[in-house]
Design a protein around this ligand. Structure first.
Ligand code: GTP
Ligand code: MN
Ligand code: MN
Ligand code: MN
Ligand code: MN
Ligand code: MN
Length: 192
């Protein structure tokens, strides 16, 4: 069972002994282009994990990380070799799973197109490529005009790790790839 927490609630004494993990949705706004006749201008990075699930970059916060953000920056460095500095401004949501004793933090960060594409292009050279990470994927940020069940709706039917599907949905709304109402419908359509 997941419960959403505000940033400050997540540091309350009752959660102080829990494990923490932080993940980041890296994205970029590209010049608008047509994908099979559908306009698209958002690029969002996810990874295919060793377990066959889609997930974001990031990971467990270690005891010697100075903060959740510092731990996230370290995980980003380890996983994609990029020096990014996530701050509280990039925080979007946190959820606690009391069954597994973990607090899951989620951040989103927009970067220039050149940086996004260079990170994406280097995916096969990522440290854990081929064992923990099986490559990066770009999330389709559109519903195909010719078949609105394809694109983001079909993508949402993949297997996601933890609550990464929910995180992606929230991240795409924050990035203004979809409105909250559009996303509500996308998630409903993906269930059928
Ligand atoms: P190593 O660095 O290889 O030791 O692993 P890690 O620290 O990178 O950990 P990982 O990214 O696998 O995430 C740690 C925990 O968060 C695990 O419980 C995962 O199931 C969960 N997790 C992994 N990716 C995501 C994600 O994108 N979203 C959410 N919500 N949880 C995730
Ligand atoms: Mn890691
Ligand atoms: Mn990780
Ligand atoms: Mn780790
Ligand atoms: Mn580790
Ligand atoms: Mn590892």
């Amino acid at each position: 069972m997941l419960k959403e927490l505000s940033y400050s609630e997540s540091f309350a004494p009752e959660y102080s002994s829990l494990t923490r993990a932080a993940h980041l949705m890296l994205h970029s706004r590209l010049p608008e282009r047509q994908v099979f006749g559908t306009p698209s201008q958002h690029a969002v990075l996810m990874g295919l994990r060793f377990d066959g699930c889609l997930g974001f970059i990031g990971g467990l916060i270690d005891a010697d990380d100075a903060s959740v953000e510092a731990g996230l920056a370290r995980e980003i460095r380890e996983e994609i070799g990029a020096e990014l500095a996530p701050t509280k401004e990039h925080f979007l949501c946190a959820h606690v799973n009391l069954d597994s004793g973990i607090v899951l933090y989620f951040y989103t960060m927009s970067v220039p197109q050149e940086l996004f594409c260079s990170i994406e292009k280097a995916a096969a050279a990522w440290h854990d490529h081929g064992h923990e990470t099986l490559g990066c994927v770009r999330v389709p940020c559109y519903r195909l005009a010719s078949n609105p069940m394809l694109g983001i709706v079909a993508f949402m039917r993949h297997n996601f790790v933890g609550n990464a599907r929910q995180q992606l949905a929230a991240g795409l709304v924050r990035a203004e790839a979809f409105t909250a109402e559009e996303m509500r419908q996308i998630l409903l359509d993906a269930e059928h």
